[in-house]
Design a protein around this ligand. Structure first.
Ligand code: GMT
Length: 376
């Protein structure tokens, strides 16, 4: 098949899932065309069967706002016609689903449109009356809409009420990039940061937005690190970076918190760690959970959105209520003190990720869905 993929190319779960999907489909001999404002993050090398088409948004001074959406639709239509695409897969409802529909109208060729909902396009933008009707239109006019979790699917029906079926296809990771097969990395990384093997390393990685509730992670860590020997690694960057550094100082834990910024090889940081924290107040899935769990970490997550679909409470990790940092700190202490429990949960998590979120299985689901759409 010839498949066009549009996503936000910057660092973020939706762009990563779209990119990995394209890469895996290309390995299965499909021809993949990424159409985006920039080359997607994680699509560094030119690979077999992969094409990248970037848009150049006009900054003509009559326009108060650069016409990103129309330029993108125009480009997608051109690529549909020139490369004779069969399907376009739009990641994120706004504006991408709508750009896909417009592109289909502009193009001379019939095409199927798949839209994947990733989270804030529904849970935040879906509450915005200035976008709600457009999101509903984007979903209803796509040939298939998928959601990355059942929770996001429920939220979509509740907030947007589309009159079509939505199919859940879970996220997945590239197991070659995230695994714990190379045990020497843990030792090397701990040496680099002067961390003893006996110290528990807790890690969180995100784009440092308000909804990630890094303040709750810092508060949980403060309580836990008063009882056990612990280091907190905060990876990533975003609007709250400076504020979180200031909070760590205010809580008098700054010397135990490593702010390592954005890391292209985040897997190495997971490998030196023991516990992964994700205490978000909104999270449709939490892709970083899968990455960390497949690197052998035990997750502690909040009961927001799709997180409880990824972490099975007391089976593969722990779930706490949103904002319940005290309970989170209790689990941190428990995991730090009880190596046998940590080991048990770690292996259960590895097994569960391998079974339910296995990349081959998830790519199969997308491939079957495209084929059904095309009547193959
Ligand atoms: O919130 C983020 O970290 C970025 C955001 C995005 O749009 O890329 O992630 C969303 O999509 C990911 C991939 O499906 C999900 O794993 C994240 O949970 C989701 N974020 C939210 O729902 C807040």
């Amino acid at each position: 098949m010839k498949i066009g993929i549009t996503c936000y190319p910057s660092i973020g779960g939706s762009g990563i899932v779209a990119t990995e999907l394209g890469l895996q489909l290309a390995k299965r001999d499909h021809e993949i065309h990424f159409i985006a404002s920039e080359t997607p993050y994680r699509l560094n090398d030119a690979s077999h069967n992969i094409y990248t088409h970037r848009i150049d948004v006009t900054s003509y001074n009559v326009f108060k706002y650069p016409p990103y959406d129309i330029t993108l639709a125009n480009k997608i239509a051109n690529v549909i016609d020139e490369y004779e695409l069969d399907v376009i897969h739009m990641h994120y409802a706004v504006p991408h689903a709508i750009c896909g529909i417009l592109a289909k109208q502009i193009a001379k060729r019939d095409i199927k449109i798949v839209t994947t909902l990733h989270g804030t396009d529904i849970t935040i933008l879906g509450q915005d009356l200035s976008l709600k009707s457009a999101i509903k239109f984007g979903i209803e006019e796509s040939d298939v809409t998928t959601s990355v979790s059942d929770s996001l699917k429920r939220d979509t029906y509740e907030l947007i009420n589309p009159e079509v079926d939505i199919q859940t296809i879970f996220n997945f990771i590239d197991e070659e990039k995230f695994n714990y097969l190379d045990a020497s990395i843990r030792k090397e990384m701990r040496q680099r940061y002067h961390i003893d093997e006996g110290t528990t390393v807790v890690i969180h990685a995100s784009n440092f937005r308000e909804i990630k509730r890094i303040d709750d992670i810092l508060r949980a860590f403060k309580l836990a690190s008063e009882q056990v020997d612990m280091i907190l690694v905060l990876a990533g960057d975003g609007p709250l970076s400076s504020k979180m550094k200031a909070l760590a100082t205010e809580l008098e834990i700054r010397h135990k918190v490593l702010f390592v910024g954005q890391q292209p090889h985040i897997g190495m940081y997971y490998l030196m760690s023991d516990i992964f924290m994700l205490l978000s107040e909104k999270e449709s899935f939490g892709l970083s959970l899968l990455e960390a769990m497949n690197c052998g970490l035990v997750p502690i997550g909040s009961n927001a959105g799709g997180i409880p679909e990824v972490i099975k409470h007391e089976e593969t990790g722990f779930i706490v209520d949103v904002h319940d940092y005290k309970k989170a700190s209790e689990y941190m202490v428990k995991l730090s003190r009880d190596n046998a429990l940590r080991d048990h949960l770690k292996h259960a998590a590895l097994r569960d990720v391998g079974e339910r979120f296995n990349s081959t299985k998830i790519i199969d689901q997308y491939e079957v869905m495209y084929k059904q759409l095309l009547g193959d």
